[in-house]
Design a protein around this ligand. Sequence first.
Ligand SMILES: Cc1cc2nc3c(=O)[nH]c(=O)nc-3n(C[C@H](O)[C@H](O)[C@H](O)COP(=O)(O)OP(=O)(O)OC[C@H]3O[C@@H](n4cnc5c(N)ncnc54)[C@H](O)[C@@H]3O)c2cc1C
Length: 396
Amino acid sequence: MSPDAGAATLTTRAQDTARVREFVEREVTPRAAAIDQDSAVPAELVRALAAEGHLGATVAPGFGGTGLDQVRLGVLHEEVARGCSSTRTLLTVHGMVSDAVQRWGTDDQRAEWLPRLAAGDALGALALSEPGAGSDPTGLETTAEPVDGGYALTGVKTWISMALIADLLLVFARTPGGITAFLVPRTTPGVEVVPIDGVLGTRGGLMGQVRLSGARVPATAVLGPEGRGFPTVATTALELGRYSVAAGCVGIAQACLDAALAHTGSRRQGGALIADHQLVRRLVTDIATEVTASRLLLRQAGALRQANDLSAPTATWMAKYFASTAANRAATETVQLHGASGCFDGHPAARYFRDAKVMEIIEGSTQVQQVVIADLVRQDRRRLPDLAAPLLSTGR
Ligand SMILES: Cc1cc2nc3c(=O)[nH]c(=O)nc-3n(C[C@H](O)[C@H](O)[C@H](O)COP(=O)(O)OP(=O)(O)OC[C@H]3O[C@@H](n4cnc5c(N)ncnc54)[C@H](O)[C@@H]3O)c2cc1C
C-alpha cells in the first residue's frame, strides 16, 4: 500500500488545526511544566495522544493510522511543540520509526508493527547516534555480525530519545556490505537501556543509552536493503525528523511570542506598560516576524514533501535552519522581556530557552546546515525551492 493511500481529506486544514490546538490546550500545555520538572512524558499523555490518533499520524489508514498529509503533519508537530517540546519529541521519533517501517518494510514487517505503532500499543525510538558518531553518523561502529539465521548486534547507541519507553528500536549497524537498519524489540536479550539524566532541553525526552552486547535478531529484522541502510532508511527517516523538528521550532517561537505578548501587555514599569516602550516593541516585532517567516518556510517544505518535489530536502533543511535559529533568538528575547522572572527553572520562558538551544544540535546542527544547504544549492539549481507555487496551490 502507498503511504499516502486514504489520506484524510474530508476536513479543512483550518478545522484540523483548531482541533489539534484544542487537544494541546487541554492535554499537553497544562502538563508541560511537570514534564520538564519530572523529565518524563507521562503514560496518561501517551494514552491521550494515542486515543486522538496522533501516534498514527504517519501511518496510512489501512494500517490503523490517520495518514496525515505533510502540511497537516507539520501543523500537528508545531502545535504540540507550542505546548511542550518533549511531547513533540515523542511524536518525532515515533513517527520516524513508523514511517520507516511503512516505506521500507516487507509486508510481514508492516503487518506486524504498523497497527501497533499506529495505535500506540508499541512506541518507536531511533537509535543512530553513537559516542563517536553524531553529526557524521556514517562513522558508526556498532556491528551486526551474521550468525545462524540472523545477526548479533554489538555496540553503543547514545542520546536516544524515548529509549526508556520504546518497544521498538530502529538500530543502524555495520554489516559486511555496509550500514544496515534493523527492527529490534527493546526486550531482545542482549539489549540494555541505561537512562541519561540532566539534558538541557526537551527534558521529558526519556533519553537513554542503548547497549547492545551480542543481541540476536532474526534475518527478518533487517529493514530495507542490507548494506544500504543509510541512503535509504536513514535518509528518509532523518528528512522526516528534520521536518518535524522544524515544525517544533515554529511551535517554540510561537509560544515565545504568546508569552512575550502576555507579559509585556500586563507588566508596568516607568509608569507605563512595558509593551509601550519602543525598544520592547522592536523585540516583539522581531519575534513575530521571524515566527511568520519560519512558518512560511515550514509550510513550503510540507507542500514540497507532499508533492515529492525534487527540492523538498533543500526546503526542509532551510526550514529547519531558519526556524531553529529564529526560535533561539525568540527564546533569548522572551527571557529578556520577562526580566528576572524568566530566569528561573519552572518559568515557561526559561523552558523555551533551554528547549530552543537543543533544536540547533539535533537533526543536523546549525553548522552542518550552513555547509549542507550551500552544497545542495550549488550542486543542482533545480533543488532551489519554488517559493510561490506550492503555497498558492495548497490553500487552507
Ligand atoms: C536532546 C537530544 C535528543 C537526541 N535524540 C536522538 C535520537 O533520538 N536518536 C539519535 O540517534 N540521536 C539523538 N540525538 C543525538 C544527535 O543526533 C546528535 O547530538 C547530533 O547528531 C550531533 O552530534 P554530536 O552531539 O556528537 O555533536 P558533534 O557531531 O560532535 O558536533 C559538535 C560540534 O561540531 C560541529 N560540527 C560537527 N561536524 C561539523 C561539520 N561537518 N562542519 C561544521 N561543524 C561541524 C557541530 O555543529 C557542533 O557544534 C539527540 C541529541 C540531543 C541533544
